[in-house]
Ligand binder design. Sequence first.
Ligand code: AGP
Length: 609
Amino acid sequence: MCGIVGYAGPKDCVDILLDTLSKLEYRGYDSAGIAVFDDGDIKVVKHQGKLAYLIELLKKEGRPRGNVGIGHTRWATHGEPSDINSHPQSGKRVSIVHNGIIENYAQIKEFLIDKGYTFESQTDTETVAKLLDYYYDGDDPLNTVSRALRDIRGSYALGIIFKDYPDKIYAVRKDSPLIVGVGKGENYIASDMTALLEYTRQYILLEENEIAAISAGTISIRNIYGDPVDKQVLTADWDADAAQKGGYEHFMLKEIHEQPTAIKTTIMPRVSDGMVDFSECGLDDKKLSSYKNIYIVACGTAMHAGVVGKYVIEQLARTKVIVDMASEFRYRNPLIEKGDLVILISQSGETADTKEALNISKRLGADTLALVNVKGSSIARDADMVMYTHAGPEISVASTKAFTVQISMMYMFAFKLAYAKGLIDTDTYKDYVAKLIGIPDKIEAALDESYVSQAQHAASNVTAAQSLLYIGRGFDYALSMEGSLKLKEISYIHSEAYAAGELKHGPIALISQDTPVIAVATQRSLYEKTLSNIKEVKARGAKVILICSDGFAVKDDEADYVVRTPDYDEFLMPIIASVPLQLIAYYTSVLKGIDVDKPRNLAKSVTVE
Ligand code: AGP
């Protein structure tokens, strides 16, 4: 996803633009650029590839001198990564940076070509720059921006500078995130606060189509009709270090180790008198038990958390839970109706497919609950109810701590709903909650070197694989999906999660000599069945890595490698068993020398379809 920054103040802005862009590299990008007011003109310098190439170019060609400018890291959507397709994109009197997709850019481009405009790039963004040029007649840029927005369909976060207004930056967003950073005698724009933490902790969240005009000493915000809008100044509650690596080699390893704290800070505020308290969003027992069906709609890892949630909620609370990937849900004409609850799980709160699933669910009359990690994110703001996970900023593209806090919340849900429906008594309820409260310590134990080294050893036996299978039954099948995704996205090794009982219906044909198979077995009640599947694949030459807890007695011929976790109530084992799955993927990626935190082709938040 693209990164946007901007600075207006007394200082030379180039270093600030480059530094704040560097803090957004985690979002994934393939080119970078800046536009700076320099001696009455707008100077644009941009380059394909990493930020380092832009810095090199600035050294070689000389850098603009100015104290107002905008910057961008581009994650290509329209037009391949190239210098000319990099942002900023410009018109005669305006330069802009953009995050999002302009859906009707082709029609706008055609209209402007008829008006005599020419285009250099293949981007949708260039049409916005020239549309602004077209409407700009020297009057207030705010009116120009408002007029242009009325023609645009799609998602955008825009940073805009007009040549005639060298002290100002304009910013507006729809669907893509954008904030205004509030400084002392200097102000900023950025895609998120991670970019600005070293400069200011005060920020304003722009709502849909609110247009900000910032200069060194002023911030004014109006709606698309030109009416002034009063905005609250918020304070970022995490420190700069929290958004940095804290001594770990990668953000991913740091975030894996942050899981005990992340789970604790997420669940503890919602425990009252030993029971689950969701009063923050008005979900009392009566309302919760009134829902006929619960849908969980999300993408990627968040969807896998939903699958674990389905198993847990259905097993304990006996309410039907339908899990759907948002990209399918949105085109399925879903059978959602009033009286249903739709839970949208999203770490970033900006995932385009999940946002659209939210819109559809609301249109169909369901109650919607957002379970998101980023405060004030679009999904959080647009849902009927919101519950925040408190995992802190998750920088690594591969989601880890967000996943375990999401499934921890699924357990909270299951306990509360089962009790609300009278399916468990108070003692059982409090016992389950107490066990969940014990999970952070168990995760801490699972991160002890004695366990981590087993995952590292297993990883060394996976790195050479072309493809491998993850298998499991019940909860362990849901976990296998997440383990497989982790491995794929950061080691580039193909893998597939399969219900262990399905192997004989086809996938076992994939097994040949030394094919690695990662078997997840945390449920004693299903272990014998999984063991028979393990024997089936071992008989055909597979190398089996078994993930189970200390309590399992495993004979030497039952697995080639065993990766253990601390023992615990098996109903809650999915949270603990997530750790070895994360570590196996992490160490495989490290052993393959891959950029763990910024894997190829991926972005931290997919704000486009
Ligand atoms: C997970 O490791 C991936 N980064 C990806 O699947 C992610 O979970 C998915 O894009 C959903 O993101 P969200 O939670 O921010 O909505």
